[in-house]
Design a protein around this ligand. Sequence first.
Ligand code: B12
Ligand code: SF4
Length: 328
Amino acid sequence: MPLGMSSLKAYAESHGHHVDLFDFNKVPEVFAVQRAYFAECKAQFPYFKDWNIERNGTEMLAIHQLLYLYSRNRPDYRELVAEVLNMDGRDYGQFLSALDVSRLDALFASLYAKVSSILARQLRGTLYDVVGCSLFNSTWPATLFILKRVKSMSPGVRTVVGGPGPLMGITSRADEVAQFMNHHEFIDYFVVGEGEPPFLRILDEPELPRGILDPGRGLTLLDARNSFVKAEDLPAPDYGQLEISRYLQLSVASSRGCPFECSFCAETVFWKGFRSMGQSRTYQQMDALARSINARRSPFAIGSAIRQSTASPAISGETTARIRSIAT
Ligand code: B12
Ligand code: SF4
């Protein structure tokens, strides 16, 4: 469930803007390509079946798509793809001879044709000021494709990316974010970390110059904790026009950030301080969400940290009982 986008929509709309959400993952033909891609990979390389490839291969799939989008006319394209797909370094010659890249390319061709036609339809009806996409490992190629097309179809639209970024979070490295922006002139803004205030600033300031919005950079963790969005100022996520019946779960966040500061982890840098939404607000949001969809499925929510999630023992027995009562 695109909780981040739904949170941005709720926040921007509580400040007077209108935001439309669209989730390409819920277009059946789009998601079908992912299934077909992994099925084709398993047909060509049967040992992929032992790897839970649908789950562990998402980064491989993203990098393969990038090669497809940016390098498929290079003479060594097939070799580049082999390097990406040969994840455990098997004999390169053997791997290459088993690889039929054209079957995988055909899937990407149908995927991006579909994405293009949906995008054209979306943009035809409405004049948008700003178009934004989430940037994760897995959304990296599609986000670049979409925003590049948006810019070429509607040069006046300002484009923005946000989220943890590709390659397990380049957003914790300022130089890598700058390099990313230098390479993608069709992206106007890169929002680093918590998205609500910078996104609002982009919407409020049509003349805001192109660049990186990183409100936490240069702040001590203590300053950041004091200046970042307070839990009580975050409205409940707004799932808007998303087809919520198509999702396995709906989510609300019970916290932002992480109470720990493990040195290898980007979470603390990204969220700048742990904030709990509090048990009763979390419960209210789950309750409202469940009622809005007449839920008869188990509510399941997960926060940005395991502690304070709704499944946590920190939730009182009474709240748990109330949650159960709306779920059954
Ligand atoms: C909950 C969660 C899950 C749940 C999702 C449950 C659900 N129903 O939603 C489950 C367990 C299923 C899951 C699975 C995976 N996850 Co996960 N997950 C998370 C977690 C802990 C919270 C995500 C969340 O909802 N955050 C709260 C929302 C509000 O934040 P947000 O989405 O980041 O959006 C905010 C900002 O990023 C920004 N923003 C985001 N998009 C945009 C766009 C614009 C235009 C702007 C301006 C701003 C903006 O503004 C938003 C509001 O502040 C994050 C870590 C984290 N702390 O965020 C990892 C995280 C997203 N997961 C991660 C990964 C790797 C995975 C898996 C690929 C793991 C795997 N190998 O299987 C799978 C992928 C599943 C899939 N099919 O996509 C990584 C992604 C790394 C990356 N750079 O791409 C993260 C960041 C953890 C990490 N640090 O490694 N995950
Ligand atoms: S998210 Fe996990 S690894 Fe990262 S700081 Fe928190 S506890 Fe440590």
